[in-house]
Design a protein around this ligand. Structure first.
Ligand code: S6P
Ligand code: ZN
Length: 193
């Protein structure tokens, strides 16, 4: 059988310090304004956006697409910070394809992985560098940085999994991660009651 060009093995290099792949294939940045509806303190959102609209996180993707497969790696670097009392976090999503799981590997920093199903099951994994979480199909996922430095994690998934942001954009997750007396705590999300 004649192999196509895309069917040969390839490699990329991961820079542990930076939390990026080289070569870079695609990068997306999300600022406070891109996540405006995700934070509960809308006055704090408005103040942050008017001031400097800070960067919250960046995602670098690398797709390993062959004629028969579609694996991908993403690396996400979340800056430290808060909007009001709520820590910086990813938008969060379900996968469009309901049979698609994902593996997250925290390589730097500390925080939480929040997960929930459409039926209201909720799980949170506390993360430090080295924690690996398996996200089963049908569980939405969001990462929150509660540390003083960047939180970096690598995601392994299929490109065909897709992203479904709808439900999370509408109501968020069942719990939020906020600072209380200098500590990160999980509180119920009033908007979902
Ligand atoms: C893709 C995977 C990650 C996220 C990234 C940003 O399935 O879960 O690469 O896309 O961490 O999160 P979000 O919620 O903004 O896509
Ligand atoms: Zn995902």
């Amino acid at each position: 059988m004649t192999l196509k060009k895309e069917d040969y093995p390839i490699r990329v290099q991961y820079d542990w310090e930076m939390g990026e792949f080289f070569p870079k294939e695609k990068m997306v940045q999300r600022k406070v304004s891109d996540l405006a509806m995700m934070f509960h303190d809308q006055a704090a959102v408005k103040a942050a956006v008017t001031d400097s609209d800070p960067l919250v996180y960046e995602i670098f993707y690398y797709g390993f697409k062959t004629s028969k497969s579609d694996m991908a790696l993403g690396t996400t670097r979340i800056q430290p910070g808060k909007v009001g009392d709520e820590y910086y976090m990813t938008k969060g999503h379900f996968h469009e394809a309901e049979d698609q799981p994902e593996i997250y590997f925290c390589v730097k920093g500390e925080g939480y992985l929040l997960m929930e199903t459409r039926d209201g099951e909720f799980e949170a994994h506390e993360w430090t560098a080295g924690t690996i979480s398996h996200i089963p199909p049908m569980w939405a996922h969001r990462v929150v940085n509660t540390g003083k430095g960047p939180l970096v994690f690598v995601a392994s998934y299929h490109l065909s999994a897709g992203h479904d942001y709808g439900q999370i954009e509408a109501g968020g997750f069942l719990k939020r991660v906020v600072e209380r007396d200098g500590k990160a705590v999980l509180v119920l999300n009033e908007a979902r009651k």
